[in-house]
Design a protein. Structure first.
Length: 337
């Protein structure tokens, strides 16, 4: 069994921990937290060994009545691989720790691409991560864009991508992001960072991205215009996407007209935390004019990178190929709304 350490048990880390536990070939060796809080208590209640991420704060866990298994150094030393799910910028600070114990590490999309050997998306470049020491699972938005671009490139060829990203102002638990009542170009310059980030997956792709933030917490929304290398019918694109397990085409008859109802559907469907691991593409939005393809898709920023982290574990350690890993991850998590 692959022994997985998870450094950071917040929005992403706790979801990755649950996903690792569901895998037939992995175990959660332990999770690390910087301080005792409700997530630390939940980790213990779920049976995860809890480690202190900062040695000087170990006494805080004792004072809170939470038993810790040791320091993060011990956790990293004993692990086969570590998933760094710490806030943006902290992963870069942790890199030397992972190198000290020669433990391969996965980082999240908030870290700079030049920190790692390869940026990763399971659908697009799985094999590139094999035997890499430091791998970055790209951000929620880059993950969502890559999942759409990969099959289009393979089937039709892509001349150019233009994407407008309407981004949530903060996650539901990020009280420091609000209250807000505004619509912000973010950034006001073009392109946003998302286009260059997608190019870390497809280095020859012509892509322009614009970003804005809105007063919402549910999800991001993408408006895509992809110029293909050949004319294509919208029905054929729908069929192509329907074969992709991590693309969910929302049928018109479901009357899901926005991210709020989409999240409610995920909750009704029994998804933990109402997570939507797939790109949610409004099927009726898929349209074509000549070689230009248009669509709207919802990206759940809290969860779409979770299956990617699981696949990256196998990719780095070479325990499965892309098809095998994606199939196992999808089956164990129940991906496929």
């Amino acid at each position: 069994m692959i022994q997985v350490a998870i450094n950071g048990y917040g929005t992403i880390g706790k979801r990755v921990a649950d996903a690792v536990r569901a895998q037939p070939d992995m175990e959660v060796l332990g999770v690390a937290k910087t301080r005792p809080n409700f997530e630390a208590e939940t980790a213990i209640e779920k049976g995860f060994a809890l480690y202190a991420a900062i040695e000087e704060r170990e006494h805080l866990f004792d004072e809170a009545g939470l038993d810790i298994a040791g320091s993060v150094d011990e956790l990293v030393a004993d692990a086969d691989i570590v998933v760094d799910a710490t806030p943006s910028g902290i992963g870069a600070e942790n890199k030397s720790l992972y190198e000290e114990y020669e433990t391969p590490a996965l980082y999240q999309g908030g870290e700079d691409a030049d920190l790692v050997d390869v940026s990763f998306n399971a659908r697009s470049n799985f094999e590139d991560a094999t035997d890499a020491d430091h791998v970055r699972v790209v951000s929620c938005n880059t993950t969502g864009l890559s999942r759409v671009i990969a099959p289009l490139r393979e089937t039709y060829g892509v001349e150019k991508v233009r994407a407008t990203l309407v981004r949530r102002g903060g996650d539901p638990g990020q009280t420091d992001r609000g209250p807000i009542n505004d619509i912000l170009p973010n950034p006001v310059t073009i392109p946003s960072h998302h286009g260059p980030d997608v190019e870390t997956i497809f280095d020859d792709l012509d892509i322009d991205t614009l970003g804005m933030k809105v007063p919402a917490t549910q999800m991001h929304m993408h408006s895509l215009n992809v110029t293909l290398e050949e004319e294509v019918d919208a029905a054929d694109v729908r069929d192509l996407f329907a074969d992709e397990s991590r693309l969910f085409l929302i049928p018109e008859h479901m009357a899901i007209d926005g991210s709020g109802k989409l999240k409610e559907y995920a909750l009704d469907a029994g998804r933990p935390r109402g997570d939507v691991w797939e790109n949610a593409i409004w099927e009726e939005s898929i349209s074509t004019v000549g070689r230009d393809l248009y669509l709207f898709q919802g990206i759940h920023q809290e969860s779409d990178v979770v299956p990617e982290n699981i696949d990256a574990v196998r990719a780095v350690l070479g325990t499965a190929d892309a098809e095998e890993s994606i199939e196992t991850t999808d089956e164990t998590l129940g991906i496929g709304l």
